[in-house]
Design a protein around this ligand. Structure first.
Ligand SMILES: Nc1c(NC[C@H](O)[C@H](O)[C@H](O)CO)[nH]c(=O)[nH]c1=O
Ligand SMILES: CC(=O)[C@@H](O)COP(=O)(O)O
Length: 153
């Protein structure tokens, strides 16, 4: 039986962060959480490539471009989609999620889904460094594990 090792060593790992500017009061905190957590694993700021996009729906395209650039070993996609009065929320959430999943499944590097989909701003703030933790930091944890796992396959 071969058991692949469980490693969170980020030394030499190159990470892309693609962050939506829509609801930046939330996404800035997600980005801070991701960067701080990556630094705890030894990822140097010089090995982080950060790209800002207008909104969550633009995340899949830029994530795909970055994934195919050869410049990163994995990507964290960050956003905050907060329900409004119309069905627009549903389309933004579903198309962003499916687009990012497609890039991760069919592209060369793993992509972590760090897009909050909430009914209220308070719910989003809570999950961007509040009582609900920080989804950006959580994505950093998972990305380092995925990169190290895929190196063993
Ligand atoms: N309402 C939210 C959006 N909407 C904008 C879209 O993401 C997109 O930028 C626009 O439809 C143009 O293509 N984006 C978020 O990230 N969060 C929202 O709550
Ligand atoms: C998630 C959205 O697109 C949403 O913020 C848009 O708000 P509204 O449905 O009131 O136009």
């Amino acid at each position: 039986m071969q058991v692949l090792s469980h490693s969170r060593n980020g030394n030499g790992v190159r990470v892309g962060i693609v962050v939506a500017q829509f609801n930046e009061i939330v996404t800035d905190r997600l980005q801070q959480g991701a960067v701080s957590q990556l630094e705890k694993y030894g990822v140097n700021s010089a090995d982080m490539t950060i790209a800002a996009v207008p909104g969550a729906l633009e995340l899949p395209r830029v994530t795909k471009l970055l994934a195919n650039s050869g410049k990163v070993d994995g990507i964290i996609a960050l956003g905050a989609v907060i329900r409004g009065e119309t069905s627009h929320y549903d389309y933004v959430c579903s198309e962003t999620a499916s687009g990012l999943a497609n890039v991760s499944l069919n592209g060369p590097v793993p992509v972590m889904f760090g897009v909050l989909t909430t009914d209220t701003l308070d719910q989003a703030i809570s999950r961007a460094g509040g009582k609900g933790g920080n989804k950006g930091a959580d994505c950093a944890d998972g990305l380092i594990e995925m990169i190290n796992l895929e190196k063993q396959i």
